[in-house]
Design a protein around this ligand. Structure first.
Ligand code: F0G
Length: 451
């Protein structure tokens, strides 16, 4: 039986605290930095040579996890809690709140791969989660902690997906939720979700970074559990796609994993997941993890290219609204993952994002604009030689295409105004015709006979 005790370690000075001591904003009071969840078996406790220190047994766990696929228990069916030995954050598993998240497909992208000159390009589609984004994997873990600790209220600031996920999981658990979102700057699908799941939805006349500041004031004054990704339990759930990818590849490790970067928790979480798998002997090396930002919301890219000590916040602007973030909370964690794995940081312009999204759509898969930065950035990493043609690349597609249908329609009707120079062959505006046989046949024959 593995120990369930865990502690929180400040990433700036390694101070460890008991989980019950953490402040409501999840920051170390002195360093103002974030915490990471640490287990008795974590590398930060056992050292790189964890031998004979009672580490979880990799081959027994592989077997157990595979067996759970046949179980009818909700926590076994969850693609997060199925791996619960690597995230023992609950004292009692009965508090796990699950919508059967995870278990998302790993698709191949043959046409995109060909375009890029890659033999092996895959997409881990986290948009296939219950509320349509990767946030569900982190929400099941952190909201379960809130439920176990007896909170009645939970809250987050969001560009839309976190709020949708939080509202859904809070509703499942019978908790009440407050959502702060930037007015007019989130996709309709996401806004509608938080209302549908019954959250108290507050549209603030500011941007995401302004919403974060406002929420910090609220949780200081009231016993409301903060569910933004500064909450380290979010990352525990969000690390599980790393396990799932390895499992889906029969424990082979891809050379590259490419993620979009907004608040920068997701890349950090996946990095933690891969590092733990290696430490525990599930895999023998770690993929290079690269983060791609939108050009209009690129503080990490600037930090990476200018080799600065501190990240300089920017005023963010992009139609990929999910990643419209100028002052990312988890930048230090993400920076460490990029450095530790030998990955890169790239950026993608609005027209590059639009084209990449259409190319992923044309594979019959689709994703929201923020997810498409991964393909756009990968193109550049191939061109610059950081990714080699024979290497295996996994793109993390973070959100479902139906999250932001307005973007897709604007693209196809040529209303995005991305300033692209050439006509886009992927553009497929709808034909609007009189319902008259001759007109319809004439129009369609022209299409069908086109080479
Ligand atoms: N992709 C999508 C679809 C997102 O919703 C987000 C973040 C990201 C990528 C970036 O992930 O922040 O961990 O670097 N959305 C947050 C939200 C901020 O509020 O839904 P990150």
């Amino acid at each position: 039986m593995l120990s369930r005790s865990h502690q929180l370690r400040c990433i700036a000075n390694d101070t460890r605290i008991d989980p019950s001591e953490v402040a409501s904003d999840f920051r170390d009071p002195e360093t103002r930095e974030l915490y990471e969840v640490e287990y008795p078996w974590s590398e930060s406790r056992t050292g790189t040579d964890g031998s004979a220190r009672n580490l979880p047994n990799a081959s027994a766990l592989r077997h157990l996890w595979a067996e759970r696929r046949n179980s009818t228990l909700p926590i076994d069916q969850s693609g997060v809690w199925r791996y619960r030995e690597l995230l023992p954050i609950l004292k009692n598993d009965e508090y796990a709140v699950t919508l059967r998240e995870g278990n998302t497909p790993l698709y191949d992208l043959p046409r995109c791969g060909k375009l890029l000159g890659l033999d092996f390009l895959l997409a881990k589609h986290q948009g296939m989660n219950p509320t349509g984004s990767f946030k569900d994997t982190g929400m099941t873990s952190a909201l379960s902690v809130a439920a176990e600790r007896g909170f009645q209220w939970v809250a987050c600031a969001s560009t839309g997906n976190t709020s949708a996920a939080m509202a859904a999981y809070a509703a499942r658990a019978g908790l009440r939720s407050i959502v702060f979102i930037p007015e007019g700057k989130i996709a309709w699908g996401k806004l509608s979700q938080s209302m549908d799941y019954g959250a108290l939805t507050v549209q603030l006349r500011t941007d995401f970074d302004g919403c974060v500041r406002m929420l910090a004031e609220l949780v200081k004054r009231h016993p409301i559990y903060l569910l933004n990704s500064v909450n380290p339990y979010r990352l525990e759930g969000q690390k599980t796609p790393a396990i799932e990818i390895c499992e889906q590849l029969d424990w082979q490790v891809p050379e590259h994993v490419v993620v979009p970067g907004g608040n920068l928790a997701n890349g950090s979480a996946l990095g933690k997941g891969f590092a733990e798998l290696k430490h525990l002997g599930f895999i023998d090396r770690i993929p290079k993890l690269s983060v791609i930002q939108a050009e209009g919301a690129n503080p990490l890219f600037q930090w990476f290219t200018n080799l600065e000590n501190q990240l300089r916040p920017v005023t963010a602007d992009t139609r990929a609204t999910a990643i419209r973030i100028g002052n990312p909370a988890s930048w230090r964690k993400a920076a460490r993952v990029i450095e530790a794995t030998g990955g890169w940081c790239e950026q993608a312009s609005e027209s590059e994002i639009a084209l990449a999204k259409a190319q992923i759509g044309a594979e019959g898969i689709g994703c929201e604009p923020a997810s498409a930065v991964t393909l756009a950035g990968t193109k550049k990493l191939v061109q610059s030689g950081h990714i080699q043609p024979g290497e295996r690349v996994v793109l993390i597609l973070t959100g479902h295409t139906l999250k932001d249908p307005e973007y897709t329609i604007d693209f196809h009707k040529d209303l995005l105004a991305t300033g692209e120079a050439e006509a886009n062959p992927y553009r497929k505006p709808p034909l609007v015709l009189e319902a008259n046989e001759a007109t319809v046949l004439r129009a369609l024959e022209a299409e069908i006979t086109r080479p």
